[in-house]
Design a binder for this molecule. Structure first.
Ligand code: ADP
Length: 573
């Protein structure tokens, strides 16, 4: 399109795509429709891979996990109104998990807002409780600066979800090509100027104090979480653990930053480690419900916490003995440097290291004894052992493991072994169920060299099972293993004599159709499905699916009586 002076004209759709590409965005997830289909197409034309989903909720979960795995904001594109509302699932998940993500939604024509326009919603207000920062382009000229701002805020400080609102009329406005170029260059340089220097907030004296606390501790422990993973602090953690000989405990998604098989891993002696440690250095992990708020009875009342976190607010909230505000990688580098001048190491015969090693050995052999049995119909342990061994057989690069479900995730966390950083995605800080397929797609797109293996309950799978079609469409190397116990927590196991009322013959709220053929679902789209109920069947399905590296669903029949209600969180139900 040209104007009367024969200048090439650029519309809002193109300008958004150009700004995203210029900012380094190379992947997008979403669902197209009015008014963003052109925006998706223009982005693809500029080299951005657009992964088209069936539902914005799954696409949003994918964008959030993509942000975590790559450290770059994952982008979710949605239509206006209901599309944006569905996208809130993803943006809220990103914010709660502290992962960088940007939701971009089209919105209704500005002149018709308030008069009942098509898919009208005050989207800025709707997104506000779930996001760090929002921007609305009210004119085409604002597009580049809005794009650079949301991308910046999503990844700066504590990462989180941000929102960009693009009204339909703005997407249709035009500017000349030279003006578009100038707007992009100006926005880019303005953002560069505004970008605060990465301030190293932590002081040298605090690092000295941290090292002195660790040095004097009788029972020190290093705990790390997904904040250390996003900071890519694995080498610094390894150095710290190995020079000092201090045992370590990863949070569920911290697993793999150091291998679970490391001799100083206290994972299998978790209760003892947190209950008895006297100084805990916690890196990139919140003292929230997952870590029992750092309080008794799980922790000793006298434990001294040293918290290393990028967020000053987090330190203020927890009031630790010592707070180290800064990037985890940098803080650990400084700690390692400080230790180097006057090294100390607990050694294998240190009483604390010995007691943890002994407890670990006891707990591991107790679990191995349970795992060794071939129980049929399957409980959760037998198939989990078979899956663990098949995954270990793959070697490096290790697959990315996606896990959700109550019992499936709980048992999987204990049994499956993580050996490489950022290879575990699970229900996370919010305990979000339904993330499985979205996370699988994000993982396959973020790490094309790795296989992706999902181990999830039938309930978790069902939230987004239609995304099996997305797996097949993009031919992603994803093997989804469904633990099918015919319901949420298990099948219908009520005592029928105790059920009264007019709907007493309805299936239990926890139950699904017994023996559902989830493997047939993926076959409907041309993927590979397996139905297994015995050890040999599972082994052969895993071996075939892992070597094919093609989309597959393995439907594992589990005894409907095997799972506990609410998994390990029954006290909350
Ligand atoms: P987990 O679920 O593994 O326990 P959380 O999500 O609770 O981890 O905590 C992650 C913490 O890491 C958050 O408090 C966040 O502010 C922090 N964080 C995020 N990025 C960094 C970083 N680069 N360096 C240090 N801390 C970080």
């Amino acid at each position: 399109v040209t104007d009367s002076d024969q200048n090439t004209l650029i519309d809002g759709n193109s300008l958004v795509a150009m700004s995203l590409a210029r900012a380094g965005v190379d992947r997008m997830f979403g669902v197209v429709g009015i008014p963003v289909t052109t925006l998706a197409n223009r982005s693809v034309a500029l080299g951005i891979r657009f992964i088209a989903f069936h539902n914005e909720q799954s696409a949003g979960y994918a964008a959030s996990a993509y942000g975590y795995l790559t450290g770059q904001p994952g982008i979710l594109l949605t239509v206006s109104g209901p599309g944006c509302v569905h996208g809130l699932a993803g943006v809220s998940n990103a914010t709660v998990n502290a992962w960088p993500m940007v939701l971009i939604s089209g919105s209704c024509d500005q002149k018709d807002f308030g008069r009942g326009d098509f898919q009208e919603l005050d989207q800025i207000a709707a997104v506000k409780p779930f996001s760090k920062f929002s921007a609305k382009a009210t004119d085409i000229k604002e597009i580049p600066s809005c794009v650079f701002d949301v991308l910046h805020w999503a990844a700066s400080g504590r990462p989180g979800g941000c929102y960009l609102d693009l009204p339909t009329d703005v997407l249709h406005q035009t500017v000349t090509e030279s003006k578009a170029e100038k707007l992009i260059v100006d926005a880019q340089s303005c953002r560069k100027e505004k970008k605060e220097e990465v301030i190293e907030i932590v002081k040298r004296s605090e690092i000295e104090k941290a090292v002195s606390l660790l040095r004097q501790a009788e029972r020190p422990l290093i705990v790390f979480g997904k904040g250390a993973a996003i900071a890519r602090a694995e080498n610094e953690l390894k150095k710290l653990v190995e020079t000092t000989g201090i045992p370590f405990l990863p949070t569920p998604m911290g697993k793999g930053l150091l291998p679970d098989t490391h001799e100083l891993a206290a994972t299998a002696a978790r209760s003892l480690a947190i209950g008895k440690c006297d100084v805990a250095l916690v890196v990139g992990a919140r003292l929230n419900w997952l870590l029992h708020f750092g309080e008794p009875p799980k922790w000793s009342k006298d434990v001294k916490f040293i918290l290393a976190d990028i967020s000053q607010e987090e330190i203020e909230l927890r009031k630790p003995c010592l707070g180290l505000v800064g990037d985890a990688k940098r803080v650990l580098e400084m700690i390692n440097k400080e230790i180097k001048d006057d090294p100390f190491c607990l050694g294998k015969d240190h009483p604390w290291v010995e007691v943890i090693a002994k407890k670990t050995k006891e707990n591991v052999s107790r679990m191995e004894a349970q795992l060794a049995k071939d129980v049929v119909p399957f409980n959760f342990m037998t198939p989990m052992r078979i899956i663990r061994d098949a995954i270990l057989g793959l070697g490096s690069p290790a697959p990315i493991l996606v896990s959700e479900g109550a019992n499936t995730m709980d048992v999987g966390r204990a049994v499956l072994i993580q050996t490489e950083p950022r290879t575990r995605l699970d229900a996370g800080t919010w305990g979000t169920m339904g993330v499985g397929l979205g996370y699988c797609i994000a993982a396959a797109v973020a790490s094309p060299d790795r296989l992706v293996v999902a181990v999830e309950g039938d309930s978790g799978f069902g939230f987004s099972a239609m995304e099996c079609e997305t797996l097949v469409r993009y031919q992603l190397p994803v093997v989804v293993i469904v633990f099918n116990n015919s319901g949420v927590y298990g099948g219908d196991r009520r005592n029928t004599k105790e059920i009264t009322g007019p709907y007493k013959d309805d299936p239990a709220p926890t139950s699904f159709v017994p023996g559902a053929g989830y493997h047939l679902l993926i076959e409907a789209f041309g993927g590979r499905g397996y139905l297994v109920g015995k050890p040999d069947e599972l082994k052969s399905a895993l071996s075939e699916a892992f070597s094919a590296r093609k989309p597959a669903v393995i439907n594992v029949t589990i005894d409907p009586y095997a799972g506990a209600e609410s998994g390990r969180m029954q006290h909350k139900n």
